[in-house]
Design a protein around this ligand. Structure first.
Ligand code: R5P
Length: 252
């Protein structure tokens, strides 16, 4: 989180169940040019070890749940990475998915509760991600339920999806909420999504595909920053998206 209370997290953890996701086939190549513009980087230990130089100062949100793939039931997750490993890797927070209403709801909520217990021993915050099962509606009633449960179990921040009446989701959740971007959209629509989410109470985004699958990933993350941190509207952000990129880096 930056001083303005907002955040642009860059999500590049998709491979943990999707394999070589489009745009992340070579994670280092994708991640490196985006690092100066991200407030934090959300990824697994495998990609952190292999694809991010240890000299990089970017805060790490370490994905620690998994054990499933797109070929099987996604909710059957376990915690894959220990708190000690997260500390060794200098993570700023750990993240895991919960699947409220799915086949393995209880297991994933127990994973969250146990991770919070472990994290508390070291002051390691936990981000809960409200994964949505194929059969679940992404509406405020469902996402509000999932976010609130995650917060009640001790998550310090919750990542969810934007939906109609999103402010109700935020109001019912006593910890900060960020949104995932979801599948690739036209840039204007993705910027509108980020604009609507922060206007309705999200503290920012944890966005992946709408940045790294864009025709201009650096332009897109700069445009997202303008919306999240500078209060810019979609038209102005679109102008930034189209601009030639300056060489200078953002100081962190
Ligand atoms: C999904 O499994 C991960 O949690 C992603 O980090 C999350 O969905 C955000 O990425 P995207 O903006 O591509 O949805």
């Amino acid at each position: 989180m930056m001083k303005d209370g907002r955040t642009v997290m860059l999500a590049v953890d998709h491979g943990y169940f999707q394999g070589p996701t489009t745009g992340l086939e070579n994670p280092r190549k994708t991640i490196t040019p985006l690092l100066p513009y991200a407030d934090s980087l959300a990824l697994t230990r495998g990609v952190l070890r292999t694809s991010v130089d240890p000299s990089q100062k970017i805060p790490i949100i370490l994905r620690v749940s998994g054990g499933t793939s797109i070929l099987k039931e996604l909710s059957d997750e376990v915690v894959t990475t220990s708190i000690e490993e997260a500390l060794r890797l200098n993570a700023s927070a750990v993240a895991l998915s919960v699947f409220v209403g799915s086949e393995h709801e209880k297991q994933t909520l127990a994973n969250l509760a146990e991770l919070v217990n472990e994290g508390e021993r070291y002051g390691m915050p936990v981000m809960a991600i409200t994964a949505v099962g194929r059969e679940m509606a992404r509406d405020a009633r469902y996402l509000g339920l999932a976010c609130r449960i995650a917060a009640e179990l001790g998550a310090s921040i919750v990542k969810t999806y934007y939906c109609e009446d999103f402010q109700k989701v935020v109001e019912g959740c006593p910890v900060p909420v960020v949104i995932a971007g979801g599948k690739k959209l036209p840039e204007r629509e993705a910027l509108q999504l980020a604009f609507d989410a922060v206007s309705e109470g999200a503290v920012g985004v944890d966005m992946g595909r709408n940045i790294f699958q864009s025709s201009n990933p650096v332009g897109m993350i700069r445009a997202i920053r303008a919306v999240v941190h500078d209060g810019k509207g979609v038209d102005e952000a679109m102008r930034l998206f189209g601009e030639k990129q300056p060489a200078k880096q953002i100081a962190r």
